[in-house]
Design a protein around this ligand. Structure first.
Ligand code: ATP
Ligand code: MG
Length: 307
């Protein structure tokens, strides 16, 4: 599991999530990738100092993985006794009165979702040969899902929605995204970070793009730029360094609408020029912020920020 990073902004969502959990409800956080659902939840779980059980939602999340199983090596000798039951994350959260956090809820198989629905309805779980496990006070389920994920979104049944509260997470503000990049990537010159975030935000609105990049693209853009500038011994805000880094950081993240007949690289260059300007001509060094004299101390600093 990733480390806990301080949550930037999201005061309103934090308040709503705390209130929903205090009220004893289960919650679904819904929003596109990279909007900080996991970050928010880790922050809230941390502040409540309760047990936190993390589960990745995917096709392999069978009921047995979620609930737990009898240790097969010991069943022959000992039989189905309680001591050899290996608690899965759901049973651990129920016993502790902790938080069960499920990523990518929409990818969880139907039969596993049904186990969750039963637990939410009855506040307890029946495990064959083990018996009844009651939810200790404090047990909550919080799930995150991406409503635009092509996988399984439609399957999330009305029964599940009817048993959960929902907090919608949109993209962070530009100011928050800039601060997030500052916290997750090495130091970049003032003004450059804002532009990098602007570039990434424009991918979400470009007419030729079906999918834009989340703040993860901006974080990687800053990381690659700083490393590439150091490798080339150029300034961090060198025009060519930034374009190459943007292409590497963003071209796989954006999805071009097929009928647009353009490559991701072309769209990135167009957006890059819109934000950072046209390529400065070699003959006019004053235009090139990457030139020695104009760099204003913006040389690459390879030291990395934590995380
Ligand atoms: N509000 C925030 N404060 C601090 N960091 C953030 C915030 N939002 C996003 N991030 C950073 O952006 C990245 C993506 O955030 P996170 O993993 O929380 O998103 P997510 O909504 O859970 O994404 P996914 O749907 O893909 O699971 C992480 O590196 C995280 O540190
Ligand atoms: Mg997440």
């Amino acid at each position: 599991m990733a480390d806990t990073v301080a949550t930037v902004g999201r005061d309103r969502e934090t308040e709503l999530l705390q209130a929903a959990l205090d009220g004893g409800t289960h919650v679904v956080l819904e929003g596109p990738p990279g909007t900080g659902k996991s970050t928010l939840l880790r922050g809230v779980a941390h502040s409540r100092s309760i047990g936190f059980h993390f589960v990745e939602g995917n096709a392999e999340l069978t009921p047995a993985r979620l609930v737990g199983h009898f240790d097969p090596a010991r069943v022959l000798a000992d039989g189905y006794v309680e001591e050899i039951f290996v608690d899965g994350p759901l049973v651990s959260a129920l016993r502790e009165g902790g938080l069960l956090y499920i990523e990518e809820l929409n990818r969880v198989p139907e039969e596993t979702l049904n186990v969750l629905i039963t637990v939410m309805s009855e506040g307890e779980l029946h495990v064959p040969r083990l018996g009844r496990i009651a939810a200790e006070p404090g047990f909550r389920m919080v799930a995150a899902m991406n409503p635009y994920d092509a996988v399984g979104t439609a399957r999330i049944s009305a029964a599940l929605h009817d048993r959960t509260c929902r907090i919608a997470m949109g993209y962070q503000s530009a100011a928050d995204e800039t601060q997030i990049v500052a916290g997750r990537a090495p130091v970049t010159p003032d003004g450059w970070r804002e532009k990098a975030v602007d570039l990434v935000r424009r991918t979400r609105e470009h007419k030729d793009l079906r999918t834009g990049s989340s703040v993860r693209g901006a974080i990687d853009l800053a990381r690659v730029t700083v490393s590439l500038a150091a490798a080339r011994d150029r300034a961090v805000d060198d025009w060519r360094v930034g374009l190459d880094a943007a292409t590497v950081a963003l071209s796989g993240r954006i999805k071009v609408i097929e009928s647009a007949r353009r490559t991701p690289e072309e769209v990135i260059r167009e957006l890059y020029e819109a934000v950072f300007g046209r390529e400065p001509s070699e003959s006019d060094p004053s235009e090139n912020s990457g030139d020695d004299d104009a760099s204003g101390g913006a040389r690459a600093r390879p030291a990395r920020a934590a995380g």
